[in-house]
Design a protein around this ligand. Sequence first.
Ligand SMILES: [Zn+2]
Length: 443
Amino acid sequence: MPGILSLALYTNLAFAAFVSGTQVLLGNTPPSKDPECTLEEHDGLTVPFQICSKLAAPKHANSTVPASTNETTTVIPWVEPIPCKANIYGNVTYCVFSTHSYAQGRGISLVTTQEIASWFIQRMAPELTASVNDVSNPPFIQKPMPGKGVGLIAKHTIQRGQIIHAHTPVLIVHKVMDEGLQVNDRLELQRIGVERLPEASRRLYMGLMGHGEGQDVDKVEAVMITNSFQMILGDEEKEEDEPHNGVYPETARTNHDCRPNTAYYINKGTLIHYTHAVRPIMEGEEITLTYTNHMASHEERTAALDESWGFTCTCSLCSLPPSYISASDRRLQLITSLQDQLTTDWSVTHPLSPEAGETLVSLYIQERLESEISQAYMLAALAYAAVGEEYPAIKYAALAVEYGLLISGPEDEEVVAIKEFLEDPKLHWAWMRRLGRGKGADV
Ligand SMILES: [Zn+2]
């Protein structure tokens, strides 16, 4: 069954800033010359590849490197030769960087620029906790589902907050590459990337279904498009971060539901993808993620699922009679409107009361949007703080932290901020802001 495409586009506000940062491949800049690369004919391929002999680890004197980074790495064991292709503008070269040593032998292939591969080197040795890439005793079984291929079925009750998946990616492909590379070049690089994976990872990848495969659509590309998660690679502080698609085969087997029982995030430092239950999942219940924008209307979700994945959603929400679906769409409109007001208007004279935050939380619960609800709890906490009501503010901030950890991860900026808020709401900028008093008062 199809997986997930670029969900971060929709589900995580923190990712939104990244999405607009796509690189524009225009202009007549001459191709950058890499002294370590020469043009050679690659056996069995009709187009000459640019072969790079060996890529030394870059100097990252000014960059922020996670504590888990293996700083001693100097030469990366990329599988050689490293095939490369220049884009049609001649200003960007994409290569295949593969290694079998990544993630304790799971391996990885990146189809990206040399700059991004060098940045990735600093993430080559993430500290893998016992749960990462562990498939020895998952809380689910795989089972054929009518009309949905294979589904992941809970084999016992899974409590809210329990981890379901934690995996490293096996293939990462530069997202903007397809705008500048010849189609054959792009497909060739992607194919080599998969061919060079360790056998177990290659089998996992090729075992996934790709929308349209078998209909003159390249299998490797179909799987990548259908099953990838959007991620950002590169140095954000230097504005060298660029969007990529990453494939996590085990996680990609999770089927869609418009009101899923799990949420996921990708740790920006380690690129590990985590999935957690956001409500109790009963034994025998299917474990689900959403492939679409949570806030999209039923009509928009239906169109997106049909276009990108080729199926009609039969989830419990989409199976309701039209009048119930329109009630859901109306709640989504109210949620969007309330969130806009609670987020943007902080004037003293604004009529918004804490009840607006309560209503927002209630609408999320009515809509069974636990996979996004941390935002509602956070705004409710700020709404109470803005009128100086400490304990309701603490209550909702604690809930925002609990769900934020599942939805966005411990390193997410908003999660870190709301944890600080929880330490002492009276020190926060929102405190009594709508009363014209306190630290956050208008001046
Ligand atoms: Zn649905």
